[in-house]
Design a protein around this ligand. Structure first.
Ligand code: ADP
Length: 586
């Protein structure tokens, strides 16, 4: 928790300091009340006191009470302000930190946990700061101050108070031992609930189609019940605390008056008044002591959960991204658009075996290089090494003659137009989706957007949409078909005017005709741009300058379609399974 609090800004510390002043003022005013009470008691018990004096004392008491309320409001105001601005900043810091993570870190934390950490966990911390700032500081000041006020006012009463405090500490300790571990568990259970909910929502169609509602519900029920039970346990424990403390408080009050009654009974006539007034004052201070402990209990309720949350937030904030920026922004001028793999191996973090093994090839400027192979042969993994979604475990990946690790990521990504296997769209307009991101040059003009969509063979369907290029794309592109989303994603890469295209199986959602038209348009309109195409269909890559056949993570053959048909067995198998006799002999 304290590690996290180090991230508070100077202005926030200043506000906390101002709150501290008001908290001290509030405690001072609260502790002033019993003094006036004692004075009023003395006045009423002394024959011949003027009523005006009693009014005066009462008036001062009222002023103190009002002052205390005023201070409490000010402290509450600052506490809420500090907590809100601090959590706003934490959320932003978490967001940009997660943005800087490579796939490795994202997978390590899991998306669900990252969501809980940026929402629920921050709320826990925010709550602690809002409530805690008032109580954490106030309670100890109050206890110490009140104790000094009652010290020496009566041994018997002090002992009674001491015993009550001891009992209370014992109760609090037992509770903490029982409840603390449950608080730790609570955040993990919240992660779990987020995961089940998300899985259900994203997979809703499959859940419906497979009549898996009851299975999903049972899964949700389990996660939900587990969280509820943990919460019930902790809440019940905490709920028990309050009656125990009130009982202790009343018991103490009773004891003080009982002891007082005995003392007064045994005292001489002269001492009785002093004793009576002392008793009233003592009981008032003793209540303040117990109340402070009650505040401490409230903090104990919030602290464990918030400190677990703070630890989880810190974990994210303190994780260094494994993919770090290099310094270069430019490649070698004579190697523009060139991609080279030099003996590259790759193994996923935590995996037992290499997924890629000894991969070497060069794609020259303007060439079309295609990758083909059975599923799981490592095609996606290979192209993911170019934009550094992962870093090669061994060997070198070069873009424009420079190792990708030496570029700043921004410069590297500016060279690349990447289209993933599963097209990603963002909520917004068609044009906004095509013009997406920053390529270090001026944003694409309206004409460029239209041209890009024409090349991607998507102009027809966009023109039929209401509002055309200003038409709204729903969240996750749910108002587009798979092929339409795919073409939008291709247009986004084209509008970027990159040096290199990476199409990761991006044409598989297209029919053959569109697939062919798109590739012809790309070749014609964007000559000079190197294209890496991962493909399932041989038809997509017949005309590639170079085809690389992958088999179990290694290169099984390299060459043109014609060459591979003669030399590469794996390629022949794929070709025979997909092409007719005429196509093969042609
Ligand atoms: P392809 O694109 O040729 O179908 P991939 O490159 O997606 O193949 O996957 C190659 C292999 O790497 C597969 O065996 C797959 O199980 C494994 N793999 C893919 N992604 C991950 C990952 N994030 N973590 C661990 N293993 C992975």
């Amino acid at each position: 928790m304290f590690r996290l609090l180090k991230r508070l800004k100077a202005t926030e510390w200043l506000q906390a300091l101002v709150s501290l002043v008001f908290i001290v003022a509030q405690v001072w005013l609260d502790l002033k009340l019993p003094d006036y009470m004692s004075e009023i008691t003395r006045l009423t018990q002394t024959p011949g006191s003027a009523i005006a004096d009693i009014w005066l004392a009462g008036g001062k008491m009222l002023l103190c009470a009002l002052g205390s309320v005023f201070s409490a409001v000010i402290v509450g105001f600052f506490a809420a302000r500090i907590a809100a601005s601090f959590s706003q900043r934490l959320r932003s810091q978490l967001f940009s930190k997660v943005d800087s993570f490579s796939m490795e870190e994202i997978n390590r934390f899991s998306t669900d946990s990252l969501i809980t950490r940026s929402t629920n966990d921050i709320t826990q911390v925010q709550m602690l700061i809002t409530m805690g700032l008032q109580m954490i500081i106030k309670a100890p000041i109050m206890v110490i101050w009140a104790v000094t006020k009652i010290a020496g006012k009566g041994l018997e009463w002090s002992m009674a108070t001491g015993v009550t405090v001891l009992i209370m500490l014992a109760v609090i300790s037992v509770m903490m031992v029982l409840v603390l571990p449950k608080f730790r568990k609570m955040q993990t259970l919240t992660d779990n609930l987020t995961r089940v909910t998300r899985e259900n929502l994203t997979g809703l169609r499959v859940v419906r189609a497979y009549n898996a509602e009851s299975y999903q519900e049972a899964k949700f029920e389990r996660a939900n019940t587990e969280l509820t039970e943990t919460q019930l346990f902790t809440n019940r424990g905490m709920a028990l605390m309050m009656p125990i403390i009130t009982t202790l408080m009343s018991g103490l009050n009773l004891a003080i008056y009982w002891i007082g009654a005995t003392l007064i009974n045994n005292a001489g006539l002269m001492d009785r008044l002093t004793l009576f007034s002392n008793m009233v004052v003592f009981s008032a201070y003793a209540m303040q002591v117990i109340l402070s402990f009650m505040m401490l209990v409230m903090i104990f309720v919030l602290w464990p959960r918030a400190s677990v949350s703070a630890k989880r937030i810190n974990e994210v904030l303190e994780t260094a991204p494994s993919i770090l920026d290099g310094k270069k922004t430019q490649g070698e001028p004579d190697k523009e658009g060139e991609i080279e793999f030099r003996n590259v191996n790759f193994r996923y973090p935590g995996a037992a075996d290499d997924v890629l093994c000894g991969i070497s090839f060069t794609a020259r400027r303007g060439e079309i290089v295609a990758f083909i192979g059975s599923t799981g042969s490592g095609k996606t993994t290979l192209v993911n090494l170019i934009p550094r979604f992962y870093d090669a475990t061994a060997g070198e990946v070069l873009v424009d003659g420079v190792n990708v690790r030496d570029y700043t990521q921004e410069a590297l990504h500016n060279k690349i137009g990447y289209v993933p296997q599963k097209a990603v769209t963002f909520r917004g307009t068609v044009a906004g989706n095509i013009r997406y991101g920053d390529n270090g040059k001026a944003a694409a003009t309206d004409e460029e957007v239209i041209t890009a969509m024409k090349i991607a063979q998507g102009a027809d369907f966009v023109e039929q949409m209401e509002g055309q290029y200003e038409a709204e794309i729903a969240q996750a592109g749910s108002n587009l078909s798979g092929g339409q989303k795919q073409r939008l994603a291709v247009a986004r890469a084209v509008a970027r005017k990159p040096e290199i295209y990476i199409f990761d199986d991006s044409f598989s959602a297209l029919d053959y005709k569109t697939d062919r038209a798109l590739r012809t348009a790309l070749r014609r309109e964007t000559a000079g741009i190197t294209s890496l195409i991962v493909a399932q269909r041989i038809g997509t890559i017949l005309d590639a300058d170079q085809i690389i056949v992958l088999n179990e993570g290694a290169i099984a053959g390299k060459g043109t379609h014609k060459e591979l048909l003669k030399t590469c067995e794996v390629y022949q198998e794929i070709a025979m399974s997909q092409l007719s006799e005429e196509e093969l002999s042609a």
